[in-house]
Design a protein around this ligand. Structure first.
Ligand SMILES: Cc1ncc(COP(=O)(O)O)c(C=O)c1O
Length: 404
């Protein structure tokens, strides 16, 4: 496998960057060639009957370890899930809820997949949802903390929201939760792989991600982190062979122990049956690349570009949400007015026109809640930023009235 001299050089492994100016990792990232090669190798084995099950299990453990290292967790603290919602639901369903318990979150900024599991809980078990309002497009950490009371069992937040895409200041929430023995559950899909993530430092108890965004892998594949101390107090709602510990007996994957059983250590108890090996092969290859480049270097490169992009847009008179880049801004630059439209469309004719102009010129971006969402990863470079700023300048020349 090629090892790259620099982040800039690693761009060569992303053929997608040659065709498009790709600023859409918030929807799905570009896949590197080496992930495609891993998938192809696995499909060849399947097609020609060469699949090697022990090698597939080795891949699972290697990838579990790789993901653990990516977020500073222990290998046993990682389970395989298929997406964010499955991981969140695994934790939520394993908790012994009682009527009157509550959860604190900022409902308006969470993805629906981190809202419906709580509504389900409210309906089924009478759990109270305590929600706070967004502040200037961010999740207000202080208000989340203020809402915590003696009945709070979990607090949940996205590390970066899907719209407008700002960072959440997680550490103070984690700190309070740790002191009060409240489980702090994070939706990490908009940041993991892009922003350096240390679950120990942030005091995150559980975190779910899927691999199609910052982890540059496939849909239908994800990881669940759960800190040992919490995981070993939880009883999974779903249980299958890989969640059961048959000890050192050398037990085969299909062996059944005697009547009683022990759960696997830590988060391994959330593994069920066979894995999405193809999805794992892709994630393994992409994460290997991230380890080679270094997660802090990836963050520095990507956030640096994003901040330059935001400043450039502001200089052109564009309405960048949140204004000047600051600690709220990671790798997603939202442009437009919050609440001016829907998923994939905006009610603001100027933003709609800018979106179409960029899309017609080979720029990939998305619209969420009416805002243009430009999102970057380490395969982006300064030329991408300059190109979109140049296209925006040209568009503005013809639409001066629209941007004032
Ligand atoms: C913050 C956030 N959470 C969750 C999801 C999706 O959840 P799932 O992986 O369960 O489809 C997305 C986007 O697709 C998202 O942006």
């Amino acid at each position: 496998m090629p090892a790259y001299a620099s982040i800039e050089a690693a761009r060569a492994d992303f053929p997608g960057t040659e065709r498009l100016t790709y600023m859409n990792v918030s929807a799905r990232g570009l896949m590197p060639q080496r992930a495609r090669d891993s998938i192809d190798r696995m499909l060849d084995e399947r097609q020609f009957g060469d699949s090697d099950k022990p090698a597939m299990f080795d891949l699972i453990e290697r990838t579990r370890d790789s993901y653990a290292r990516l977020i500073n967790a222990q290998i046993d603290e990682i389970a395989f899930v298929k997406n964010v919602s499955e991981g969140l639901n695994a934790i939520i369903a394993a908790f012994p809820w009682q009527s009157g318990d509550n959860v604190v979150l900022c409902q308006d900024l969470e993805h629906p997949n981190n809202v419906y599991p709580w509504r389900n809980l409210a309906r089924r078990f009478g759990v109270e949802i305590r929600t706070v309002s967004p502040r200037e497009g961010t999740i207000p950490t202080d208000e989340i903390i203020d809402q915590i009371d003696e009945n709070t069992r979990m607090v949940t937040a996205s590390s970066v929201t899907f719209a407008p895409g700002f960072k959440t200041d997680l550490a103070p929430i984690g700190d309070v939760c740790r002191k009060k023995d409240i489980l702090f559950l994070v939706d990490g899909v908009q940041s993991v792989g892009i922003l350096h993530t240390d679950v120990e430092a942030l005091k995150i108890d559980a975190m779910s991600v899927s691999t199609q965004k910052g982890l540059l892998g496939l849909y239908g594949m994800g990881f669940l982190y759960c800190r040992t101390d919490w995981a070993e107090r939880l009883e999974p709602a779903y249980l299958a062979r890989f969640g059961v510990d048959l000890g050192e007996s050398g037990a085969h994957e299909a062996s059944l122990g005697d009547g009683d059983y022990a759960l696997m250590p830590a988060a391994r108890r959330f593994d069920l049956g066979n894995y999405n090996y193809v999805g794992v092969a892709a994630a393994d290859a992409s994460m290997t690349m991230m380890h080679e480049l270094g997660t802090q270097a990836i963050e520095d490169h990507t956030v640096g570009l994003a901040h330059n992009f935001a400043r450039g847009m502001l200089e052109l008179g564009l309405p960048v949400c949140g204004g000047e880049p600051g600690p709220h801004l990671g790798s997603i630059i939202p442009v437009g007015a919050i609440g001016e439209g829907q998923h994939d469309t905006t009610d603001d004719p100027a933003m709609s026109s800018l979106h179409d102009h960029l899309a017609d010129n080979g720029v990939q971006l998305s619209i969420r809640r009416g805002i243009l969402r430009f999102s970057l990863h380490f395969y982006n470079n300064a030329d991408d930023v300059d190109r979109v700023l140049d296209l925006t300048r040209t568009w503005r020349g013809h639409n001066r009235a629209a941007v004032g």
